[in-house]
Design a protein around this ligand. Structure first.
Ligand code: PMP
Length: 459
């Protein structure tokens, strides 16, 4: 256990941690992070770690961007809080909405703010239901999502999430949602099946499902351009164009969750651009503020916004919103964050750095423990397996992954273990030298993991 500082004592006595084994936490105590500098964070003993996950896929500008702190402070001094209910507005919220409308693809010209990605996706569900009632289609309410999708942890967004552990014993899903096959080519592509054929098979599955359920009952399809928390899964070739065509055919709204992929992660401002997707609703968060303050946004098309306005003509106020919707400090930080991304051409930087990053990632493909290496832009995943030739996972999934997660700390590296897939998602400000440092530390970690796996009889 860490030295018993007051942080450790207070944490152990009072703090409930998300995504943490709460029983184990009582034995191990917390890992205290005290400060950040560039792409590194430091613990309470002064040890440095390269944050190769940008925190939770989110700190685009790293952990010490003073301009974001200054933007927050200036806004705190001007107007620290006001709401946007009942016609009130504030300058940063309005300016950020206009900026997002300008950046977003197509006619996604109208923006609603929440504090978190989960709330944004819950808002999507309500909004879609509301719109379909207004359009005289009250039966059109079901959502289609995918197995392994991650859309959040609040009641509706966790229902959209397609990861069984997130539903178990929480009595979820709690909304009508169907999770179709995950676009995981490595695991679910058939022998000899091309990526394109796999994509068509999944689009056919979607169409069949819609026809069985009745198109008049299916409201929307939701997906991340690249599944992130569900295992770093870039889509197989042709996937999004095939899925999009089916949605169009049956008047099914396409909700694209770019909470991870937004703002340059894939080398384009949005993943939708990379994959030729035209969403009806786009959801953003994380890199929107580099997570320096909580903020998320959902953008809707002109057509959907027209329906919202017509509902108000009928019903009066649009009665949805949060105390902090359009918070002036969070939106001021987002504006400055986007300004920096543009000024420093970080999207171009990712485009230039991605080939180097992906090459370093692929260099692990021949390692005997590595079953699959996948990635796009500054995002990557390395899936560890018990038997490479047979793609056989470990009999106890996640044991080796969590060893790698812990051992990486010893080599000054923070990665994420999604069961046995090791995820990388470093800040957009990462340099080529940093990429070298990340994979050097990971190479040492994997070396240790191989010895440990032998010693434990895992391989
Ligand atoms: N969607 C995606 C794609 C995400 O990765 C996440 C968070 N990891 C969320 C939604 C939920 O966002 P939040 O944790 O801010 O509620």
């Amino acid at each position: 256990m860490n030295s018993v500082t007051s942080t450790v004592r207070d944490d152990l006595s009072a703090l409930i941690h998300p995504y943490t084994n709460l029983a184990l936490h009582r034995e191990t105590g917390p890992f205290v992070i005290t400060r950040g500098e560039g792409i590194r964070v430091f613990d309470d003993r002064g040890s440095a770690y390269i944050e190769a996950m940008s925190g939770l896929w989110s700190a685009a500008l790293g952990f010490s961007e003073k301009r974001l702190a200054d933007a927050a402070m200036a806004q705190f001094n001007q107007l620290p809080y006001y709401h946007t209910f009942s016609h009130k507005t504030n300058a940063p919220a309005a300016a950020l909405a206009a900026k997002l409308a300008e950046l977003a693809p197509g006619d996604l010209n109208h923006v609603f703010f929440t504090n978190s990605g989960s709330e944004a996706n819950d808002s999507v569900v309500k909004l879609v239901w509301y719109v379909n009632n207004a359009r005289g289609k009250p039966a059109k309410k079901k959502f289609i999502s995918r197995q392994q999708a991650y859309h959040g942890t609040t009641v509706a967004s966790a229902s959209l999430t397609g990861i069984p552990s997130i539903h178990r014993d929480f009595d979820l899903p709690a909304i009508p949602v169907h999770h179709l096959t995950c676009p995981n080519y490595y695991r679910l592509g058939k022998p000899g099946e091309s990526q394109e054929a796999f994509s068509l098979r999944l689009a056919e599955e979607l169409e069949r499902h819609i026809l069985v359920e009745g198109p008049e009952t299916i409201a929307a399809f939701i997906g991340e351009p690249v599944i992130a928390a569900g295992g770093v899964l870039p889509p197989p070739k042709g996937y999004w164009s095939a899925i999009q065509a089916v949605c169009k055919r049956y008047d099914i709204l396409l909700v694209i969750d770019e909470i991870v992929t937004g703002f340059g992660r894939l080398g384009t401002m949005f993943g939708s651009e990379l994959y030729g997707i035209q969403p009806d609703i786009l959801v953003l968060s994380k890199q929107l503020t580099s997570s320096y303050l909580p903020l998320a946004a959902l953008l809707v098309s002109d057509a959907l916004h027209d329906v919202l306005v017509s509902q108000s003509e009928r019903l009066g106020a649009f009665v949805h919103g949060l105390t902090a919707t359009g918070h002036p400090v969070a939106t001021a930080v987002a504006l400055e964050n986007i300004r920096i991304i543009e000024e420093r051409d970080l999207v171009g930087h990712v485009q230039r750095l991605a080939p180097v990053f992906q090459e370093r990632l692929q260099a692990f493909a021949d390692h005997p423990l590595v079953g699959d290496v996948r990635g796009v832009g500054l995002m990557g995943g390395i899936e560890l397996v018990a038997d490479k030739a047979r793609k056989q996972p470990f009999s106890q999934p996640g044991i080796l992954g969590s060893y790698v997660f812990r051992q990486a700390h010893k080599h000054g590296l923070i990665v994420r273990a999604i069961y046995d897939t090791i995820a990388f998602c470093p800040p957009l400000i990462t340099t080529q030298d940093d990429v070298d440092a990340i994979f050097e530390a990971f190479g040492k970690t994997l070396h240790d993991a191989t010895e440990w796996a032998h010693s434990q009889g895992l391989i």
